[in-house]
Design a binder for this molecule. Structure first.
Ligand SMILES: [Zn+2]
Ligand SMILES: [Zn+2]
Ligand SMILES: [Zn+2]
Length: 262
């Protein structure tokens, strides 16, 4: 199985540049310092699986010419990861069917609450509502999305249990500051690991860069790429701090992985 990962957004919740900020990263002319809200698209044999509908979803779909989405996997319900939900209705229109959404039951419930109008809460339905089928999943139990096997990986985002996802030998773990011991066996033999590394200083719900490097060493993927990057991290300057097999993700980056493990 060949899996291609396209980075739609590598930034933290406020995006980079941050509104009104004059720091080196926010004023950088390097396109790698320009980060939309966090999301990736995984493609396997022509099936497109999106992870999260970020607040920049519409812009991301236009920028990268994504004309089909077969399934959406949600990591958790924070707004930077679900904010683009309403624009899924364009894919309802293009594909003439409801969108298939996967996530923890708690995450799906929060989406129903946040976008209440799309789930029976609208006074009139003539305005074009997104249509979705929700599929609750459980950490550590493989499911199929668009016919592709997906492993949900339990991780901790502060006190909130959320999910990362593994498809083939690529894993995407964002918004976390701890990996439960039971999740490490699900991360063996990875070709590519995408991992949260918010900033240099410690944070109560995200890995700092130092913590992320340590977790990445323990997981031991062939290649690790850091995401959910705040403006405190400058791509070129801070890349010098990283071990050889680790790097910062940037928007538009494309990574292909061949599956080796069974
Ligand atoms: Zn986030
Ligand atoms: Zn800044
Ligand atoms: Zn979050």
């Amino acid at each position: 199985m060949t899996v291609t990962l396209l980075v739609l957004g590598s930034g933290t919740s406020q995006g980079v540049p941050a509104i009104g900020c004059r720091c080196d990263t926010c004023r950088s002319s390097d396109p790698r310092d320009n980060r939309l809200r966090p999301s990736v698209l995984l493609s396997v044999d022509g099936i497109n699986i999106l992870i999260d509908t970020s607040s920049d979803f519409r812009q991301q779909m236009l920028r990268y010419g994504v004309t089909r989405i077969d399934a959406v996997l949600y990591t958790h319900h924070h707004f930077d990861h679900i904010g683009g939900f309403d624009d899924l209705r364009q894919y309802n229109f293009l594909q003439k069917q409801a969108m298939q959404l996967y996530g923890l039951e708690e995450t799906l419930e929060e989406i129903r609450l946040t976008f209440r109008y799309a789930f029976g809460g609208a006074r009139q339905s003539g305005g074009g509502l997104p249509s979705a089928h929700m599929h609750p999943v459980l950490g550590g139990e493989t499911f199929t999305a668009g016919g592709i096997p997906v492993m949900p990986i339990p991780v901790m985002h502060g006190v909130l249990p959320i999910l990362g996802y593994r498809i083939g030998d690529i894993a995407y773990l964002t918004d976390l500051n701890a990996i439960p011991a039971d999740s490490y066996p699900l991360l063996e033999n990875l070709d590519v690991l995408v991992l949260d590394a918010l900033r240099h200083r410690a944070h109560p719900t995200h890995y700092s860069l130092e913590e992320a490097v340590e977790a990445a060493r323990r997981i031991g993927a062939r290649r690790t790429l850091f995401t959910h990057i705040a403006h405190n991290i400058h791509h070129e300057r801070d890349s010098a701090l990283l071990p050889d097999e680790m790097e910062f993700l940037y928007d538009g980056m494309m990574i292909t992985s061949m599956q080796h493990s069974p």
